[in-house]
Design a protein. Structure first.
Lengths: 343, 332
């Protein structure tokens, strides 16, 4: 049994303009010690899907199931959920400045979470906090617990958020764009930290990002979302080198670091509005490979090859896309490799 | 690419007062840079390194504290607002935020038509026709002439900004993070649009971005900034393959690559600590507190930006101990 098994998750929000179908029948799972990367563009439903697991998509109508250690997160009462959220499943958000309370000391904010979930004394919780801040690489943690969020830099604040997420030794950490607001050198530090802590603590990690570079570096399995659905899911190398869905291919052909020196091949048009999705496959109006049936029948997510876990929601036969840009660039790269491995 | 210089900045300095009569922050500290006709110069650096401030100094949106900027052979650094007007026809800017840089209460046609109105180039039907030609050129539907910015997506708004910038057929466009706010598939559309316009109109770009792979993709030459100074500049290919400044090497090694095999082979050079405050920069080489190669000399003497290989005046490095190979920094 997997640590987390999400099945047919759907979330809709009623709005004045119509029903927003943010997440439509999404299934995924993650095991202890594994990293699942969820990638997609703005409005693809990737954040809503993750927030819903912790009961954080207020106002939405939710269906499906999310079994976590045998219990369904989506059926829990608010009271039951409070014992899970933050303690057994923790979250790290994109913007540490707006997720930390500006008027409370860092130490207090972490200690409070620990004391809400455990019987530790104030003193013991404080000690644990200092230990956590040290673990995420904050210098002089004993002194910094008395500082306020504005006294930390962006990278240090993200470390505080990670310390807070790890405070109760969660089994799953969901990181929603954890490095998007950070500079390149700091991003590398934070990704390295998450990876190291995951190895040491054996937790499962779900990284939500729009950055295929972050995915290539961190994920074991990848979920590509488009218009609220899973377009493709596969182990990391299969996804990059043997993409089956034209949307995945389109994303890769749009990223300079995947393409190498060739001209970028952007996906034409824009993602559809979640209120007025096109009939059939939601990607068909932008797809270079569309066929007649794509405009009328929405393809199901089905296995691409046996046993590998590679699935795609596309009517194309296996291998139709040929060599992916990443595979091409990798070959180009190893053919005349000189100098360091860089962007 | 022709070799004549279009824009030349010499020793540009820009100070900001934190409070009135308070301490001053030197955001740009003695930067010299050139852009030739028809070329793209990439400017990379992290938050607060002064790259946007430099862009605004070069376009005279900010007054320089000292230094000079020459555009098409003419010193523009002391020109009055009135004298600048004709220069601005040839030098335009595209901004990062496609939401903040377009007036939400004005129709797209009149936003793009502004340059024609301001410079008295065209009016009436002639202006409308030229605006619609521009809209077509940047991939917008000319029939949307009377719509408001809110009716367009982020990528389309950036196209509006591009149309406005190219209206008067400038020689140089300073692009400040032009694609950072866009989704990847849309980002690629705008990058290709900028490349096509460069081919068709012979534009030069100063392309500012924190995204190293985007800069590599578009640039002929690249300059790397750290704490208000340029630490290294070289032809793009050379800079990415053989960085000589330890900061450049660390920055390049830290950038994520959307390719699992290359990502696995990578040995990132992890820098310790954060970028220091420009209000109180370190003495000597500004990078020395974070530099894995720093020695005594680096703490007292600031290195000059000079060629480190005899005879190669295109690759300049501000480092006392430039790298021969990136492997010097990779932990064993």
């Amino acid at each position: 049994m997997r640590l987390l098994e999400v099945k047919e998750l759907s979330v809709t929000f009623p709005t004045a303009d119509g029903v927003v179908r943010a997440v439509r029948g999404v299934s995924f799972g993650v095991d202890a010690g594994q990293t699942l990367g969820i990638v997609g563009e703005s409005g693809s439903g990737k954040s809503v899907a993750a927030m819903t697991l912790l009961g954080l998509s207020r106002g939405g109508t939710v269906s499906g199931s999310a079994l976590f250690a045998g219990e369904d997160l989506l059926r829990m009462t608010e009271h039951e959920l409070r014992t899970v959220r933050g303690a057994r499943v923790a979250m790290v958000f994109q913007d540490p400045l707006s997720s930390l309370h500006p008027l409370y000391k860092i130490g207090w904010q972490i200690t409070e979470g620990i004391r809400a979930h455990t019987d530790l004394s104030r003193h013991a919780a404080q000690q644990r906090t200092v230990e956590l801040l040290g673990m995420v690489g904050i210098p002089q943690p004993g002194r910094r617990i008395d500082d306020y969020p504005h006294q930390f830099s962006g990278g240090m604040r993200q470390r505080v958020m990670i310390a807070m997420a790890l405070a109760l030794s969660p089994q799953i950490v969901i990181a929603d764009e954890p490095t998007t607001a950070l500079d390149t050198t700091v991003q590398a530090q934070i990704l390295d930290l998450l990876h190291r802590l995951q190895r040491e603590l054996g937790m499962a990690l779900i990284i939500i990002t729009h950055d295929l570079g972050v995915i290539a570096q961190t994920a074991d399995d990848v979920l590509v979302m488009y218009a609220g659905r899973v377009a493709e899911t596969a182990p990391r190398r299969d996804l990059f080198y043997r993409s089956h869905h034209p949307y995945t291919l389109g994303l890769l052909a749009s990223v300079p670091s995947a393409v190498g020196t060739g001209r970028l091949q952007p996906i034409p048009g824009q993602p559809p509005s979640p209120i007025a999705l096109p009939p059939g496959c939601p990607f068909h109006p932008r797809c270079d490979y569309r066929m007649n049936r794509c405009a009328t029948e929405e393809p199901a997510l089905i296995p691409v090859s046996d046993g590998s876990g590679h699935q795609s929601a596309c009517w194309l036969p296996t291998g139709a896309l040929g060599t992916t840009p990443a595979a091409h660039a990798a070959r180009q790269f190893s053919a005349h490799r000189h100098g360091p491995v860089t962007a | 690419m022709t070799t004549d210089v279009l824009l030349r900045a010499d020793d540009v300095v820009k100070d900001f007062a934190v409070r009135r009569h308070g301490p001053r922050v030197r955001a740009v500290d003695g930067v010299s840079i050139t852009v030739h006709h028809g070329e793209t110069v990439g400017l990379v650096g992290e938050t607060g390194c002064g790259k946007s401030t430099l862009a605004r100094c070069l376009t005279r949106l900010y007054e320089l504290t000292s230094g000079t900027v020459a555009f098409a052979g003419r010193d523009i650094s002391r020109l009055s607002r009135h004298q600048l007007a004709p220069v601005r026809r040839d030098m335009q800017m595209i901004f990062q935020d496609p939401y903040g840089s377009l007036n939400p209460r004005r129709r797209v046609g009149s936003i793009i038509g502004d340059p024609f109105a301001i410079h008295g180039v065209a009016d009436g039907h002639d202006r409308q026709r030229r605006v619609q030609d521009l809209m077509k050129l940047v991939g917008l539907n000319p029939e949307h002439y009377n719509r408001y910015p809110a009716e367009f997506s982020g990528g389309q708004r950036q196209r509006i900004g591009v149309a406005r910038a190219i209206a008067l057929q400038p020689k140089l466009i300073v692009c400040d993070e032009p694609v950072s706010a866009l989704d990847v598939s849309i980002q690629a559309q705008v990058i290709n649009l900028l490349a096509d316009l460069q081919d068709d109109l012979g534009l030069a770009y100063l392309f500012i971005s924190h995204d190293l792979s985007v800069v590599r993709h578009v640039s002929d030459r690249v300059a790397v900034m750290y704490l208000g100074q340029i630490v290294e500049t070289a032809p793009a290919r050379q800079l990415y393959q053989q960085p000589r400044h330890p900061y450049t090497a660390a920055l390049l090694s830290a950038a994520p690559v959307a390719d699992p095999d290359r990502a696995d082979q990578r040995q990132p050079i992890l820098l310790t600590g954060d970028v220091p405050s420009p209000a109180d920069p370190p003495a000597g080489c500004r990078f020395h507190p974070r530099c894995p190669k720093a020695q005594q000399r680096c703490t007292v003497e600031a290195p000059a930006l000079v060629a480190r290989e005899p005879g190669d005046d295109t690759h300049l490095t501000a480092c006392h101990f430039p790298l021969d190979s990136v492997d010097e920094l990779v932990p064993r």
